[in-house]
Design a protein around this ligand. Structure first.
Ligand code: ZN
Ligand code: ZN
Length: 289
């Protein structure tokens, strides 16, 4: 293996261990350490993703293909890892949300913008930690919990159990008939409509109601999709020109309306193609005549 890889995997291990230690400290003594635990965790993840790239080829870690000092961002690293010709990493939508949600928190902490409450940081920590642990062991053959003292590892797993308990409690508070949304704060699906706003039953984050412009269902802001993406645009230098909006009047819609609109647009586009082909054919016949 290359020197680049060795350095990256060693750093990923170092920050992973620091993340575990800080999480245990934060939980048992000092909740103000949660941001630090999160910071180390995301750093470890970033280094691990680059280590996996370096394992394929050291040059993949450079931001530019031609090489250079600057290395790729964590988002960039995951994008590259997903390419079949590089590694073909399979990343579910949930994993993506997990990783990039954690990156957002990390940036917030690093830029001094503060963090959300301790409960939500703790929940998020475990979501991301669970994924990092799998990532390191499946792809890089490193068991992070073997790298810390046994006592610390046991402690961490016992906190995880408590988090699981919280999750069970939140599940009990769910009404079987109510619509549940994903909560961006804690990365869990516990967002429900309560008394005129959204409330996360897990981390207790509150969020104002938003409505789908098509079916009027209440929906958290981050679940709304831009109908504009379905329009036909023509891109030229630095500007986009609208060709057709296919008669869609809405701006932001819920995922199921978005899917419906997408199907409508597909049908219209197909019909348009047929009409065009038909005209061409008629023209062909007329010139032959
Ligand atoms: Zn939440
Ligand atoms: Zn809708």
């Amino acid at each position: 293996m290359s020197e680049v890889f060795d350095k990256l995997i060693e750093s990923a291990r170092f920050f992973g261990v620091e993340a575990v230690k800080n999480a245990v400290e934060a939980h048992t003594k000092d909740p103000s350490r949660w941001p630090l635990a999160m910071l180390h965790l995301v750093t470890s993840f970033e280094l691990a993703s680059k280590a996996l790239l370096a394992k394929q080829h050291p040059a993949f870690v450079s931001e530019k293909v031609e090489g250079g000092e600057k290395t790729v961002s964590i988002q960039g690293a995951f994008e590259r890892l997903q390419r079949p010709e590089i590694y073909g990493l399979r990343l579910s939508e949930k994993d993506k949300k997990r990783i990039f949600g954690a990156v957002k928190i990390r940036n917030g902490i690093a830029h001094g913008l503060g963090t959300s409450n301790a409960a939500s940081t703790e929940a998020k920590f475990f979501e991301v930690f669970a994924y990092l642990r799998d990532f390191l062991s499946f792809h890089l053959k490193l068991n992070i919990l073997d790298e810390v003292e046994r006592k610390t590892a046991v402690k961490l797993l016992s906190i995880k159990k408590q988090v699981h308990e919280l999750e069970k409690r939140a599940t009990n508070n769910l009404d079987a008939t109510e619509l549940v949304w994903y909560c961006q704060e804690c990365d869990k699906d516990f967002m429900v409509e309560r008394e005129g706003e959204f409330l996360c039953l897990y981390c207790h984050w509150e969020e104002p109601l938003n409505a789908c412009q098509r079916c009027s269902i209440s929906i958290p802001e981050w679940e709304l999709l831009n109908a504009e993406e379905l329009f036909e645009w023509e891109f030229s230098e630095e500007k986009a020109e609208l060709i057709t909006n296919y008669g869609i009047g809405e701006d932001r819609v819920c995922p199921s309306c978005f899917k419906e609109l997408q199907e409508e647009v597909d049908t219209m586009a197909r019909e348009e193609e047929w009409r065009y082909a038909e005209e061409e054919y008629q023209y062909y016949l007329s010139t032959k005549g």
